[in-house]
Design a protein. Structure first.
Length: 128
């Protein structure tokens, strides 16, 4: 599966990792699995790491659809690690769509995983 996640309830944190080719359907499936997970809490923070992605097959309409399915609360801090220009651009679109529609979000896009961890936790702790 190209998108996997782990929930650390003690730290109130979700670590999502994507790899290989990522499509709209796969991201939607990931969202559905997360929503249905009994350990999920919409207040948890999330790091979504797209560092191992080799190809993205998501267009602007797909990004809009995925962004409107937000099920995290406004207190949740989420970040996307997007090391390539293509992924960074799509992630920024994902970040902007909810804000344009009036949502209160704490979502940031980073090129570097260490910077993302610093923003989430105030340090660059190891997650693996």
């Amino acid at each position: 599966m190209p998108i996997e996640y782990a929930i650390d309830a003690a730290r109130r944190f979700i670590h999502t990792k994507a790899s290989g080719e990522v499509t709209t359907t796969e991201v939607m499936d990931h969202q559905d699995r997360l929503i249905c997970d009994p350990s999920f809490d919409p207040a948890f923070h999330q790091l979504a790491d797209f560092g191992a992605v080799t190809r993205v097959s998501i267009n602007a309409e797909g990004v809009r659809l995925l962004a409107t399915r937000n099920f995290f609360g406004p207190q949740s801090r989420r970040c996307i690690v997007a090391p390539t220009a293509e992924i960074f651009g799509l992630a920024r679109m994902f970040q902007i769509f909810p804000v344009v529609n009036g949502a209160q979000e704490q979502l940031r896009v980073f090129r570097d995983r260490k910077e993302a961890l610093l923003w989430l936790f105030g340090d660059d702790r190891k997650l693996d």
